[in-house]
Design a protein. Structure first.
Lengths: 771, 158
């Protein structure tokens, strides 16, 4: 029986359940505490930094040899802005590190940081997109006129004709406020110098240990061999921890400079203020439809407020270029014009956050579909039926190839589960009683597991993509898999063990997956972009097949049979059709201790290496939300939330559902609650979890999840990625549902989050009683 | 500032005397003076609940208390849940029902749930949902945490 497809409990869990997991802050014992002095203003000139006498205070002047962070894109429109490790002459956002202090304890370091006097001549900042793009606006960086770091355009030949021929043109501006990934464990880094070797071990809460090693080694002019990066248990990342940040570079610099161990353990205020933000985006969207509701063309102007710098390695192109390439989503869009800009401002820099732009563009496209349906008198399902891609593979108008999926089937299945006709009757009755219910549909596709071709198309100078796996069986038959991906909660080790068990016959509890240690694992890109199961999983399968053949070679000799007649499974090799067999541990022992008998595997022994670098594969899903809006308070309660998703072959359905649960919860949070807020002066107003509202169990309803399995050939395991889909699809479903609920007031929602205050505002502005 | 002061409490059945600065939080004292790093710090301002422990049987935010306030009390942390190498029913249920992903919020949720179920073994689902909304999780969407606690409650009533 196959291990793939089983709801196997995770091997990761027992240690975490007993409080024995070691996160970065748990590994800071004995290290000196590193604390940052951060800019209290959004923009200004540094006049002076005064340190208390005798204190260890690091400023930009100490870092003359340290290179700034440079995230490169090979695009003619890209303006490279180097991010200093510590601010030198100017500060560009609240929270920007200006100085670092070292003290014996965390409390002493906090005290010391407070004693560092920073004198800044504050200037009027540019905070919002409108401020940054206003004619004559101050420039955040001299190198970037009009505060624009990327200005990307794409236009098919007949866009104008499509709009001229349109029966209906739907047009609106859609705004997403800035949001934060908010991993429950804030960031952290512990750097320790080994005086014997001069090497530094950096233990860091990161999603990308190898790339972190490269980035820090480049910044400090070290050989990569002088630095070991370890990702221990990591308490969530969601993209925020796939950036190289000044704090990590300083930690390694200080460990070398002061020959000691130093620990930077970020607090929540720092994490909310100065780690990384996302989703601060505005789209002006126009859709041309024919009389039957078929899309003729899309015209989009996408503006992304990317903050003060361009994060490494993803760059500030991560949101605008994703929007540019993926806006058409699951729909046939014959003609397309798009302009997508990265606009810098005196705010915290952006980094990828689960979904990257797609929660916003999906919400905008799905609002477009509902608005067009309303205008044309079509059912929301029907207009989608007429526009969803049905033939695969499909090459989109932007050149993206979408492999087989179940776009329409997923929608029909979700609609069937909800019984929309019954809901409409209930909605009518509720309205008569003064209660406002709404139903919202969201259909989307999600590029997952992108390999190097996808990132090369974005023209990233550092092009992520492949994953390599090294398998080694020891003489006791225990299998070790060393991977370059760096899971941090996804249960990847369990899923990979299931894949490897099926290929090698070794029981999954005899397989140990090693990750997150650059000394022990092959160079890889880490865990992000819904890539690890697809790419590291694919590499595991390919390496597993090689190892399987080597095991069969040995078993065949021991059992006096042909290798092609050997089956592996249940920890044994057996001759097919007989009860002749041998334990895998016996095979392993023999292979090591009688190696002279097996010249055919002399080169590798019982090890195997494989690399996988796919084009990428598209998952898809339909979300349907039913909400009730309380007119008096503006509160939105989600009564029902249904997901029908297709992530290809399910390796561990329990883990897949867990990913969707968490993703949908973050999507609901994006739609209804979470907003990072600056005032007009660039002051940060969301510095605590009492201000930045993360939903609790009381807000997230029971989620109903159903699966379709389109077994794609675009992934060697048949599995597609599933890490981000929940977050991508949920906001659109919720916003469409709220719009549906408030349609009697002529209210349509074009923003997220749609908070109670905003709903009350819209109701006051509508000044109409229900029609 | 007052200098370090002695404080004595029982943690997971063991009597401990530590010397702490008056400003040291109970969470920091547990993590750094007692070496019990299973208690996690997610916000240090009392919202996320990752640092939840049991104080004389009641769930409390250990980041919102000073260690000195814990003089003479009985504390329980996640390290004290499993007994004799056997997982507590809540730990087992979290494992069986995939009630954790990154695991950072898990000790806080386990201790919160332990406190609730010890005091209200027959608690209903709606009340449980309300009570568990005291803590934040960013990975699970809470679905399997609720399932796990309901399953553990049933198991513990046996």
């Amino acid at each position: 029986m196959s291990w793939v497809g089983r709801k196997l409990p995770r091997y990761e869990d027992p240690v975490l359940l007993q409080g024995r997991g070691r996160y970065t802050a748990d590994l800071a014992d004995g290290a000196r505490a590193l604390r940052f002095v951060r800019s209290p203003v959004a923009r200004g000139r540094i006049l002076g930094v005064k340190a208390p006498l005798g204190a260890t205070v690091i400023t930009a002047a100490d870092l003359a040899d340290v290179k700034p962070i440079c995230a490169r894109l090979d695009r003619p429109d890209y303006v490279l802005v180097a991010q200093p490790i510590l601010a030198r002459e100017r500060v560009t956002y609240v929270g920007e590190p200006i100085a670092a202090v070292l003290a014996d304890t965390a409390a002493a370091a906090e005290d010391l940081a407070e004693l560092v006097e920073v004198e800044i001549a504050a200037e009027t900042p540019v905070v919002t997109l409108d401020q940054a793009l206003a004619p004559g606006a101050p420039q955040v960086h001299d190198a970037a006129p009009e505060n624009t770091l990327i200005d990307a355009r794409l236009e098919t030949p007949d866009v104008a004709a499509a709009f001229a021929a349109a029966h209906e043109v739907v047009e609106f501006a859609f705004t997403s406020q800035r949001q934060a990934a908010m991993p429950l464990e804030a960031r952290g880094a512990v750097a320790a110098l080994d005086p014997a070797t001069g090497r530094v071990t950096l233990t860091a809460s990161t999603q990308m240990p190898h790339l972190l090693r490269t980035g820090i080694a480049d910044a400090l002019g070290m050989a990569e061999s002088e630095l070991r990066v370890v990702a221990p248990e990591v308490g969530g990342g969601f993209g925020q921890k796939m950036a190289l940040v000044p704090e990590q570079i300083i930690a390694v610099w200080a460990a070398r400079r002061f020959s000691c161990a130093v620990a930077w353990i970020e607090d929540r205020l720092e994490n909310l203020t100065a780690s990384a933000h996302a989703r601060d985006q505005r789209l002006h969207l126009r859709g041309a439809f024919d009389a039957d509701g078929r899309l003729l063309g899309i015209d989009a102007d996408v503006l992304c407020n990317v903050g003060a710098y361009s994060s490494f390695p993803a760059t500030c192109g991560v949101e605008p270029l994703m929007a540019l390439a993926d806006l058409p989503g699951p729909y046939r869009v014959p003609e397309y014009r798009v302009r997508a800009r990265a606009v810098d401002s005196n705010t915290c820099p952006m980094a990828p956050y689960r979904g990257v732009s797609r929660p916003v563009i999906t919400a905008a496209m799905e609002r477009l579909m509902d608005c067009a349906a309303f205008r044309l008198g079509l059912d929301p399902l029907e207009i989608r039926r007429r526009n969803l891609i049905a033939e695969f593979p499909h090459t989109s108008v932007t050149g993206v190839v979408q492999d087989g999926g179940s776009y329409r089937e997923a929608m029909e299945a979700a609609a069937g589960l909800v019984d929309i006709a019954a809901f409409r009757a209930r909605q009518q009755q509720a309205r008569a009683e003064g209660r406002y219910l709404g139903l919202g549909i969201s259909v989307f596709s999600e590029r997952t597991g992108p390999g190097s071709p996808a990132f090369a198309a974005r023209r990233m100078a550092i092009t992520p993509g492949f994953e390599r796996v090294e398998l080694a069986m020891d003489p006791s038959g225990f299998l070790e898999a060393r991977i370059g991906s760096s899971p941090h909660g996804q249960g990847l080790k369990t899923s990979l063990a299931q894949l490897l068990a099926d290929e090698t016959g070794v029981a999954p509890d005899q397989i140990r997956v090693i990750s997150g240690d650059t000394d022990r694992t092959p160079y890889g890109w880490g865990t992000f972009a819904s890539r690890s199961l697809v790419i590291a999983g694919g590499a595991c399968k390919l390496a597993g097949i090689k190892l399987r053949d080597r095991l069969k070679e040995v078993a065949a000799q021991l059992l006096e049979a042909a290798p092609s007649d050997i089956d592996l499974g249940g920890g044994r090799a057996v001759v097919r059709g007989t009860d002749l067999g041998v334990e895998i541990r016996e095979i392993a022992r023999t292979a090591y201790f009688q190696s002279h008998r097996f010249p055919a595997i002399a080169e590798t022994g019982l090890s195997a290496v494989a690399t996988y670098d796919p084009y990428g594969t598209f998952s898809n899903a339909c979300h349907i939300a039913i909400v009730a809006v309380d007119l008096a308070t503006g509160q939105v309660a989600i009564e029902r939330f249904v997901v029908v998703e297709d992530a290809g072959r399910l390796i561990n359905p329990m883990i897949v559902e867990g990913q969707i649960h968490g993703g949908v919860a973050q999507g609901i949070a994006n739609a209804l609650y979470e907003a990072v807020v600056y005032d007009d002066g660039g002051n940060f107003l969301s510095g605590s979890l009492a201000d930045y509202l993360v939903p609790t169990m009381a807000e997230i309803p029971t989620l109903e999840i159903h699966h379709l399995e389109t077994l794609t050939e675009a992934s060697v395991t048949g599995a597609k990625g599933v890490g981000e889909g929940g977050t991508i699809g949920a906001p659109a479903a919720v916003l469409n549902a709220v719009s549906d609920a408030l349609s009697p007031f002529g209210i349509a929602i074009y923003e997220m989050p749609i908070t109670p205050q905003r709903i009350r505002q819209l109701l006051r502005d509508s000044r109409s009683s229900p029609q | 500032m007052t200098g370090p002061t002695e404080v004595t409490f029982t943690v997971n059945g063991k009597r401990r005397t530590i010397r702490v600065e008056p400003r040291r939080t109970l969470a920091d004292a547990l993590r750094e003076d007692c070496g019990l790093t299973g208690t996690h710090l997610g916000c240090e301002h009392g919202v996320c609940g990752a640092c939840t422990i049991l104080l004389d049987g009641n769930p409390v935010r250990s980041c919102l208390m000073f260690a000195m306030q814990a003089d003479g009390v009985e504390l329980r942390t996640v390290e004290g849940l499993a007994q004799g190498g056997k997982l507590h029913p809540l730990q087992q249920a979290f494992w069986d029902h995939h009630g954790l992903q990154c695991g950072f919020c898990t000790p806080g949720f386990l201790m919160l749930a332990a406190g609730i179920l010890e005091q209200y073994p027959d608690i209903g689902e709606a009340e449980l949902r309300e009570a568990l909304s005291a803590n934040l999780c960013r990975c699970t969407g809470y679905q399997n945490i609720l399932k796990a606690v309901l399953a553990a409650a049933a198991e513990m009533r046996q």
